[in-house]
Each structure stands twice: as structure tokens, then as C-alpha cells.
Design a protein. Structure first.
Length: 114
């Protein structure tokens, strides 16, 4: 399984970005897909998760601002980020579990200026 994340960039506080994560194969059978982020000097933490059934979960700091979604037809995972804050600055990684193994994309940098 290969994941390719894209969509990061520099944005002003209050702005929006949409991250995409293209997978090499069908995502229809993947139970859990997630976005993680790792800020400067911080550990990598989960930001949002979506199940095959479409159930979503978010870390508290992004609730109401970020939306995770998946397009099975395009084998793509998305993260829509609104009302961005400087503390959202991080490298964002997409991830999925397949047969109990976790796979990672290469990361895309999001920088939010104040």
C-alpha cells in the first residue's frame, strides 16, 4: 500500500487548506484511515480518523474546524482545514491500517502564519 499526501502550503491564520492522500489501491476495504500531524519539536499525534462506514473522530483542538472524508471511487482521503491557527503548523501525514499493518504517506507541510 502506497500513500501520497499533497495539498500543504503556507496560509495565513484564519485561512483554509484541503489536504489529499491518494492511495495506490482500492480503499473500499480499508477499515480505518487517519490524518496525523507532527509539529516542530512535538510527537506525531492523530488529528482525525474515518472508518469504512464513514464514522469520524477528531482530536479536540480541531473539532468544528477540520473535516475528514474519503472518496472510495477516487481512492483518496481528504482533510479540509478551516479557520487555521498558527498552532496547526505541522507536517501532516495520512495513514491507514491494512491487515494489522500501518502504512504512512510521506507527509505534507502546513505552515500557518499569524
Amino acid at each position: 500500500v502506497q500513500l501520497q499526501a499533497s495539498g500543504g502550503g503556507l496560509v495565513q491564520a484564519g485561512g483554509s487548506l484541503t489536504l489529499s492522500c491518494a492511495l495506490s489501491g482500492s480503499i473500499r476495504s480499508i477499515d480505518v484511515m487517519s490524518w496525523y500531524r507532527q509539529g516542530p519539536g512535538k510527537q506525531r499525534d492523530v488529528v482525525a480518523t474515518i472508518t469504512r462506514a464513514g464514522a469520524t473522530d477528531y482530536t479536540e483542538s480541531v473539532k468544528g474546524r477540520f473535516t475528514i472524508s474519503r472518496d472510495n471511487a477516487k481512492n483518496t482521503l481528504y482533510l479540509r482545514m478551516n479557520s487555521l491557527k498558527p498552532e496547526d503548523t505541522a507536517v501532516y501525514y495520512c495513514s491507514c491500517f491494512v491487515s494489522l499493518s500501518q502504512y504512512w504517506g510521506q507527509g505534507t507541510l502546513v505552515t500557518v502564519s499569524s
